[in-house]
Design a protein around this ligand. Structure first.
Ligand SMILES: Nc1ncnc2c1ncn2[C@@H]1O[C@H](COP(=O)(O)OP(=O)(O)OP(=O)(O)O)[C@@H](O)[C@H]1O
Ligand SMILES: [Mg+2]
Length: 503
């Protein structure tokens, strides 16, 4: 076996009310990719934040490259060769790509002037090595999530780390970008880097992973070479039980048409989009990243400006001028970027759930009925098994997947007719994914039309009654459950290649 570059022993860490880590041990060798797996809230991010100096441990020893280290800070961890790509994007939106990459380690000329020239050169060099085509002067806030994720990766690599922690790096990347990332990971591995890889997209592990460590409820469960486990074994170690049906499809007769979108145009990414949704139907929108799926949901929800387009609810034309007007007419959206659009991370979990439901929780004088509110929060927590210590804790204290459950869950208390989800299972563990599918099935049984955008082919094929495929802002295909295949969907999703640039 290669040199052990990380050895964490008997690590414990508590937050008020939660024991996030209970005597966990973890090791990483040079030249390997170690997958760190576990359900939402298992403690994966916390363990890696200790290794990278974001949190200090309550107990345990940490050895990096043979040297036993005391409490780490982000700076000292970096000095020991540890770099982390965080699960939640941590970019400064108003700074450029180069400025973000060198934040906190700026190159300075004598006299304290920033050496922008050399930083930009260095940024270009790192991006070129990664084969990422990006303008280093672009403002990060103007980039799509996928590109911001690439900047995070470039930033971590620019510090010449030997130990690289990737906390769900692919959750916002396109398939092509994921392939590129895997090439980079395999290259780094052959150069002797050790990589910790956290992901809920279990199907991607086989391309890069050498060993796995599984955690559950803050404890170490097992580790071993990736090949020595079947996927089912890994999953049952993660969740502590068998999951028999990953895609619980519910076959029902679709009812009458309830919602129609006619000739919707909104910018370059939404062009002549028309479709209808029926009562009690789950419709998936498939397509590659950048196909215009998110933009379509935003235009319907009244966030983005529309050039044209009509909406009909129960055959009557409705007018949507803003998200507020969409919500009051029974049309809701659980958005893609939870940190930016979906959650107020500084507000409490209770407030986040109550916020979109205040109209139903308040009496005519506008006073919140605390009893009703508590019941709502409790129901949401139970429905999704949200792992939290206290409903008054800030939403930011939840693990990534548990935050996503709140983003999705807070809409369900309403009497909605059409519920749109944009990548609802992003960053959510296998067991919670099944809970989200069951929840969509519940909505479907209530006669609600569910529209969901997803980039994960197995789930879109496993759950939808019908799939609409988009490419380059247009609808390029539609398939019923009995008639869809991965090939057909991919062909429609890459339609523009056939038609060339004249389309
Ligand atoms: N800053 C914090 N304050 C309070 N509790 C926290 C904080 N950070 C994490 N926790 C709690 O610690 C536990 C472990 O969280 P952690 O983020 O490590 O989970 P995770 O395995 O990374 O999950 P996910 O897959 O959802 O990202 C959770 O119960 C979480 O709510
Ligand atoms: Mg995490």
């Amino acid at each position: 076996m290669n040199e052990k570059i990380v050895h964490m022993e008997n690590i414990s860490k508590s937050f008020p009310g939660v024991k996030a880590l209970d005597n966990v041990s973890f090791e990483l060798c040079a030249g390997e990719v170690m997958a760190l797996l576990g359900e939402n809230g298992a403690g994966k991010s916390t363990l890696m934040k200790i290794l990278s100096g974001v949190y200090t441990r309550d107990q345990g020893t940490v050895t990096i490259s043979g040297e036993t280290v005391g409490d780490l800070t982000p700076k000292s961890a970096e000095h020991h060769g540890v770099a982390i790509i965080h699960q939640e994007l941590n970019m400064c939106p108003h700074l450029s790509v180069a400025e973000n990459m060198f934040l906190g380690k700026e190159s300075v000329l004598p006299g304290g002037i920033l050496n922008n020239h050399s930083m930009k050169d260095e940024a270009r060099k790192v991006l070129r090595e990664l084969q990422i085509d990006m303008d280093v002067d672009a403002l990060v806030g103007d980039l799509p999530v996928s590109k911001q994720q690439m900047v995070e990766i470039a930033k971590a690599l620019s510090s010449h780390a030997r130990i690289l922690i990737m906390d769900e790096p692919t959750s916002a990347l396109t398939n092509k970008e994921i392939d590129d990332l895997f090439i980079i990971i395999n290259r780094l591995k052959s150069q002797g880097h050790g990589i910790v890889y956290i992901s809920h997209r279990l199907e991607e592990l086989k391309h890069i992973v050498d060993r796995v460590t599984v955690m559950r409820d803050g404890r170490f469960i097992t580790k071993g070479s990736f090949d020595s486990f079947t996927m089912d074994q890994i999953i049952s170690h993660m969740v502590g039980r068998e999951i028999t049906n990953q895609f619980p499809r519910l076959d029902t007769e679709a009812g009458k048409e309830i919602f129609e979108v006619r000739d919707l145009n909104a910018g370059r990414m939404v062009r002549d989009v028309s479709f209808t949704l029926r009562e009690g139907e789950i419709v998936g929108i498939a397509g590659l990243m950048g196909a215009g799926r998110t933009e379509t949901t935003r235009a319907i929800f009244g966030i983005d400006h529309r050039e044209s387009g009509q909406f009909f609810l129960d055959g009557k034309e409705i007018f949507i001028s803003s998200p507020g007007s969409a919500i009051s007419q029974g049309i809701v959206l659980a958005p893609e970027d939870r940190k930016k659009d979906g959650l107020c991370t500084k507000l409490s979990i209770r407030e986040n759930i109550a916020l979109p439901n205040l109209d139903t929780l308040c009496n005519p004088l506008g006073v919140v009925n605390r009893g009703k509110e508590r019941e709502l929060v409790d129901r949401t927590r139970k429905l999704f098994s949200v792992k939290m210590s206290d409903q008054e804790a800030p939403a930011a204290s939840l693990s990534g997947g548990n935050q996503q459950k709140i983003v999705v869950g807070k809409w369900l208390a309403r009497n909605s007719r059409v519920v749109m989800f944009d990548e609802p299972t992003r960053g959510i563990d296998v067991a919670a994914k099944v809970e989200i599918y069951n929840l969509m099935n519940d909505l479907k049984q209530k006669g609600i039309a569910v529209l969901f955008v997803s980039s994960e082919m197995p789930e879109i094929m496993g759950i939808s009654d019908r799939v609409i495929v988009m490419c380059d802002g247009r609808i390029t295909g539609e398939f019923a459950a009995g008639d869809m295949s991965q090939e057909k969907i991919m062909e429609a999703a890459t339609h523009f290649e056939d038609k060339g640039i004249n389309s």
